[in-house]
Design a protein. Structure first.
Length: 294
């Protein structure tokens, strides 16, 4: 029996330089990825001429908060921007949509995972089919439905169609199928019904999935654009995405207005970024967190 071949001394010799090279490459890619956000932050403190003359400058020539003052209605020298109204509409819609999605997606996912009824497989197939349909293909039908039921240009029309989504139902169904059935059987032995078992036993165990769904739902509703574009027409109901699009297209004054636009975009990004960084650890938790082990 031949003895194992000794490891080549060449590999340990080059392992450290290769590791350093790899870390350097990752750091370079990370800095390149962060560069647009840094430019966005810096440009918000520039003047319009400075931003137009030095769009890639990392230091403003004459730092100013004029863009933020105009966004919050503190500037008297320029026409105001209804940023606070956009912010309020986005927050109002996002909170209600997120709450509805978490509740209804969880209920629908549990029903498809645990309840036995005729047509359950076909219904789940329809859910998967909806996920495959491009959102832009539903814009005209969505507008016609909202207009027919008198929901066009209302908060109800903005919120109601977004309160359930197929991706959220799929996520919750997959989680509930991973929960041991013994947990539910023990609850039923103690006299709990289907809804009580779902609400008091299974749902608290689904905290990682619920928090993931909360972040995705808030992000999706906060960044939603096309639905609000076809469900409203009054400036009273404009959200951040619609308002920023109108600003970029020149609907709120001429000129480049780079500091104003990038400052508004930065403020629109902060809520979603803060929510994600606060709860990002739940993305990597196991689907069976809190369940009993067999």
């Amino acid at each position: 029996m031949s003895s194992p071949t000794p490891a080549s001394p060449v590999l340990p010799r080059f392992a450290r330089p290769l590791r350093v090279l790899g870390y350097t490459a990752v750091a370079a890619v990370g800095l390149l990825y962060l560069l647009p956000f840094v430019l966005q932050l810096v440009t918000g403190f520039k003047t319009d001429p400075d931003a137009a003359a030095h769009p890639l400058g990392l230091l403003p020539t004459t730092p100013t908060t004029a863009a933020y003052q105009r966004l919050f209605g503190l500037s008297r020298s320029a026409s105001g921007v209804p940023f606070l109204r956009w912010l309020g509409n986005s927050a109002f819609v996002a909170v209600f949509v997120t709450a509805g999605r978490v509740l209804f997606d969880a209920m629908a996912g549990y029903a498809l995972a645990r309840l036995r009824f005729r047509g359950r497989g076909v219904l789940f197939g329809f859910v998967l089919a909806v996920m495959a349909v491009p959102n832009v293909a539903l814009l005209i039908p969505r507008f016609l439905v909202l207009n027919t039921f008198g929901l066009f240009d209302t908060y109800t029309g903005m919120i109601l169609p977004l309160m359930v989504d197929a991706a959220g139902i799929f996520i919750m169904k997959q989680f509930f199928e991973s929960v041991p059935r013994e947990v539910e059987e023990a609850a039923r032995v103690d006299g709990a019904g289907v809804f009580r078992t779902f609400w008091s036993v299974v749902l608290p165990m689904a905290r990682p999935a619920l928090l993931t769904l909360t972040i995705l739902s808030f992000q999706g509703s906060w960044n939603e654009f096309t639905h609000f574009l076809v469900s409203t027409q009054s400036s009273e109901y404009e959200t951040l995405t619609v308002g920023l699009a109108r600003m970029v297209s020149g609907g709120l004054g001429g000129g480049t207005q780079y500091p104003l636009k990038l400052a508004a975009a930065l403020l629109a990004t902060l809520p979603v970024a803060a929510l994600f960084f606060c709860f990002q650890r739940y993305f990597v938790q196991g689907a069976n967190a809190g369940a009993v082990k067999e």
